[in-house]
Design a protein around this ligand. Sequence first.
Ligand code: SAM
Length: 290
Amino acid sequence: MNIDVATPKRTRDIINKYGFSFKKSLGQNFLIDQNILRKIVSAAELDETKGALEIGPGIGALTQQLAQTAARVTAVEIDDRLIPILSDIFADTKNIHVEHGDVLKLDLKALMERQFAGLSGVSVVANLPYYVTTPILMKLLEEKLPLEHIVVMIQKEVAERMAAKPGGKEYGSLSVAVQYYCETELVCIVPHTVFIPQPNVDSAVIKLSVRKQPPVDVEDEDHYFRTVQACFAQRRKTIANNLTAYVGKANRDQLAPLLEKIGIDPSRRGETLSLQEFANLSKALIAAGF
Ligand code: SAM
């Protein structure tokens, strides 16, 4: 199949040919711009030795370009109406596998082992359904899948939160979690006019390069992330106040000396703490029995 899927005309032709109707509840906004697709694919650093795991292929706009660049593409699609359409469009393309299912429920590790054995690396490349962006990305990261890069189109505000540095209002527990696992790079901002139908929000492409080692030394990952959540529980509150809720009122007097010992002013807010400071705080809380 050589005709580009991602043009306004071809996309409308496919939709009409198969009588497809968009489901807003599945975040279906299809890309119709070849330039944006090229930017996404190029950011993923694929070649003929690598695999691409796509989430939500739709009618295959991105899938098609991925198949031209990578050795193999596996695309996970939840909407059963799209499965026969994709089979038809890509009947002659041998390096695409479409997996019907909900990416949040699939055993992705097993899927990757089945689909990408022998390749030199695998990256996730996707125009994600916006209603589940964060759960999907957290699943990819928390399951510690053997991925090189995650290049995804997401809502612009969410991309900015993921890439935010301490001190700004965008910086929060999502920034800490994503930056613990990955280096982040904002690839480009994307106007809503390059989709059919057009979403109400602007989008951005973000590139997450999965780290081999976390950037900070953490004693207990679960505890680290619980500490981070606790410090951001109420953004306007100081760390001391947020942590009081975490350690319990009866133990609040222990907080000021504990924070002082690791050089953190108790009147600071969570949004000013670096990943290293959260690691120090988590260690100090563990040592104090919290
Ligand atoms: N990749 C296509 C493109 O760029 O034109 C479509 C992207 S569209 C924003 C999101 C796609 O994800 C849709 O095809 C939708 O059906 C699919 N999807 C939504 N929720 C999903 C889930 N939980 N698991 C797998 N696919 C899902």
